[in-house]
Design a protein around this ligand. Sequence first.
Ligand code: SDX
Length: 428
Amino acid sequence: MAEKTISLGNADSGVDFDVMSGTLGPDVIDIRKLYGATDQFTYDPGFTSTASCESKITFIDGEEGVLLHRGYPIDELAEKSDFLETCYLLLNGELPNKAEKDKFVHDITYHSMVHEQLALFYRGFRRDAHPMAIMVGVVGALSAFYHDSTDIDDPHQRMVASYRLIAKMPTIAAWAYKFSIGQPFMYPRNDLSYAEDFLHMMFAVPCEDYKMNPVLSRAMDRILILHADHEQNASTSTVRTAGSSGANPFACIAAGIASLWGPAHGGANEAVLNMLGEIGDISNVASALERAKDPDDNFRLMGFGHRVYKNYDPRAKVMMATCHEVLDDLGINDPLLELAMELEKIALSDPYFVDRKLYPNVDFYSGIILRAMGFPTSMFTVIFALARTVGWVAQWNEMIEDPSQKITRPRQLYTGETERTFIPVDKR
Ligand code: SDX
C-alpha cells in the first residue's frame, strides 16, 4: 500500500489517489480509478508525463544523462561486456556465470539460420526497396514459418521465439543488404561471434575468405550494446501495445521495426548523415542552425534532442569515442566527422539549444561510424532494429508476465461534431 496519496478532481469532490514509488526515478500517481471516481480522463498527448507500465529492465536519468540496464551503467557494459552477455542480462535480470553464458551463446548461435524458403521472400521486393521495408515484411512473415513458438501463454514458446528473433535478425538484415546489391546470400557461421557473423554475412563473398578486422567487430558489438534497450520509447511502446492484444511475437517485433523507422526515432541515424551531407561544409553550419531554430521551418537538427535526456546521451559519448577508434584504425579522415563535431560545438553554445537542453543523442555519431565500416546509409536503421530486438523481446516478455497488464486502449478528448441527422445526397 502506498504511504502517500494525492487528491484530484473537482474541489468539492476531491478523490484520493495512491502515489507509488519505484526504486529510482519519479513517483507515479496511480490513476487507474480516476474515470470511475471522477468521470474525467487525464490528457497527455505523446505520454510526456505518463508511465505506461512498471518495468525492471532499463532506467534512464534524463537530467544526469545516466542509462542503466538491470542496474548496470551503459558505459560499463559497453566497455566490459559484449552484446550477447548484455542480451542475457536484459532477458534474465542478472549477468550470466560462465556456464550460463556459454549455453546462451551456443543457443543463439545455433538458431541463426532461417528457414530456407524465407530466402525466396526477398525476390518479391524490388531491388531498390528500402531494407527497412524488407525487414518489416520478412520479420512479420516469420510467424508463417515458426508456428511452434507463437503461443504467448507458453513460457517455453515465448523463450524459443525470443531466441529465434535475436538469433535470426543479423541473417535477415544482412540478406536485405545482399539482395539490394545483387550479391549471393552468405549463410551464418557458428565459429564466429554474433558481431563478427553479422559483418561476415554483410561483407563476405563466396569467392574469397573474408578478413575480419577485430577493431571493427569490437566496434560493431559495442554499437549493438548501445542500441539494445531504452525504456518505453516509441517502438518499444508499439511492441508492448501490439503484444497487449495477444498478437504473436513476430508480428509484435515487425510492428516495432515499423515504428523505429520514423526519422524522429530510429530513422534519425540515416537522417543525420543526410543532414550532414546537405549542410556540406562548416561555412553552412550557422544557416543550418538558424533553420533548426525557426519554428516555421520543419528542419530539425537530426541526432539532437531527446524526450528524456536533458543532458548528454551517455550512449553518444561512447559512440563518439568509438567513432575516433574506427576512423583512426581505418585511416579515414571523414570531413563529416569534423562537420558533426563543429555543429555540436556551436549548437551547445547556442541559447536555443542550451535553454531547451538539446544535446547530441545516440544517433548523432553512429552514422559516421557505420559509413566508415562500409554500411550504406539505408542500413543504419536496420542495424538499430537488429540491436533493439533484444530490448523489444525483453519488454514484451515482461508485459505478458505482468499480472496487471491489460490490452492497451487509451481514451481521448473528443472535440468533433455532436450527434446530427443524416442528410440524403440530393438535399446537401
Ligand atoms: C531515438 O525515446 C527514446 O528513448 C528514443 C531513442 C531510443 O534509444 O529508443 O533514444 C532513440 O529516437 C533518439 C532521438 C532520435 N531523433 C532525432 O534525433 C530527431 C531530432 N530530434 C527531435 O525530433 C526531438 O528532439 C525528439 C523527437 C527526439 C524529441 O522530441 P520531444 O521530446 O517531443 O521534444 P519537442 O519536440 O517537444 O521539443 C521541445 C523543443 C521544441 O521547441 P519549442 O516548441 O520549445 O520552441 O525543442 C525543440 C522543439 O522545436 N527541438 C528541436 C530539436 N529537438 C527538439 N529543435 C531543433 N532541432 C531538434 N533536434
